[in-house]
Write a protein that binds this ligand. Structure first.
Ligand code: NAD
Length: 327
């Protein structure tokens, strides 16, 4: 299977590519082409471990560039689409790049996949498309009610993917996941931000009263779920990939502080994010039944490994801090 991976130089995409090309996923592609624009969050060095392999090609470019996408799509059997503007705070500051990349870029890919008769198009989406839920979990099929510009742009792309399936019969699968964490995450996202700031002896910012709740999913569990959806998912199906590890931001901060031997005096309260959703939660039962998906990494174990990685890879994240301006 030849796979085109968009956004493969980012946090989750690069994990997927490194694992897929080294036999660590339930899919074994014969070739992977990464198409990535290398925006502030795309780091080519994330792909160094596979860069020399015969089954790997990197193409620098924009998913909105129809001619380039057409060229990259030729001969592919499947697409795994990660490329996106992905940070909620940046979408609050300026929503336009989110609409351009996440909605228009996805449509450019769908059009090319259809023209080239690509076998399967897997679109990586988010729990945020459903909006906030105070208790219980969103089932698959829940109507979308996104609140942030980021979430609205992802919901827009999800609907274009489903429309392509219904209209043209394209074989699509959508995965919606909860908050990811793990090595190689850009240092403006909350866990690497907390960790890198504490490693530098700085204070960590906590939004509002810290009561917002997120479900945490280790990136390796997410990538396995994507591979299962790619190989076993129903055409037109939507699959939830959660971690089963809910924490308030205050609880999360407490765990990171403890792991790094810091106290609550290292925390500063900052004004809450505009329109901040209180809680997201996904019902993953259907993914268990249909895909055999199960998150395997307990949060405390995953967090310890993630902290070790940031401690040992200061050369990776320090140069990125200048670009990590939001949040
Ligand atoms: P990331 O920001 O680390 O990586 C995004 C990658 O896409 C980067 O390599 C970037 O260079 C590339 N990119 C951006 N715009 C592009 C364009 N126009 N053309 C080509 N490449 C472009 O993001 P991530 O955390 O790895 O997220 C990957 C996907 O997973 C996204 O679709 C995101 O919405 C989704 N997701 C992420 C999380 C999370 O917790 N990180 C949660 C739910 C869903």
């Amino acid at each position: 299977m030849r796979i085109l991976v968009t956004g493969g130089a980012g946090f989750i995409g690069s994990e997927f590519v490194r694992r897929a090309l080294t036999g660590q996923l339930p899919v074994t592609p014969s070739h992977v082409t990464v198409l990535d624009k290398l925006t502030y969050s795309g780091v080519l060095a994330n792909l160094d471990p596979v860069a020399g392999l015969a089954g790997f090609t990197f193409v620098r470019g924009d998913i909105c560039d129809a001619a380039l996408v057409d060229e990259a799509m030729a001969g592919q059997d499947a697409v795994v689409h990660f490329a996106a503007e992905s940070h909620v705070d940046r979408s609050i500051a300026d929503a336009t790049p989110f609409v351009t990349t996440n909605v228009l870029g996805t449509q450019v890919l769908l059009d090319a996949a259809w023209r080239h008769g690509v076998g399967r198009f897997l679109h990586v989406s988010t729990d945020e498309v459903y909006g906030s839920i105070s208790e219980g979990s969103w089932p698959v099929g829940q109507p979308l009610a996104p609140n942030s510009p980021y979430a609205a742009s992802k919901a827009g792309s999800d609907l274009m993917v489903l429309a392509q399936h219904r209209t043209h019969g394209t074989d699509v699968v959508i995965t919606r996941c909860s908050n990811n964490y793990g090595p190689y995450q850009f240092p403006e996202k909350v866990i690497p931000r907390f960790v890198t700031r504490l490693l530098e002896g700085k204070r960590i910012p906590l939004y509002g009263d810290g009561a917002n709740v997120r479900d945490w999913l280790h990136v390796t569990d997410h990538c396995r779920g994507i591979a299962l959806a790619l190989t076993r998912g129903r055409s037109g199906g939507v699959y939830h990939l959660g971690g089963g590890e809910e924490l308030s931001n205050r609880e999360l901060a407490g765990k990171v502080l403890e792991a790094l031997g810091a106290g609550w005096d290292a925390v500063e309260s900052v004004p809450d994010r505009k329109g901040h959703d209180l809680r997201y939660s996904l019902d993953i039962e259907a993914s268990r039944e249909e895909l055999g998906y199960e998150p395997l990494v307990p949060f405390d174990e995953g967090l310890a490994g993630t902290i070790d990685w940031y401690r040992e890879n200061t050369g990776w994240w320090r140069p990125l801090l200048d670009a990590a301006t939001v949040g």
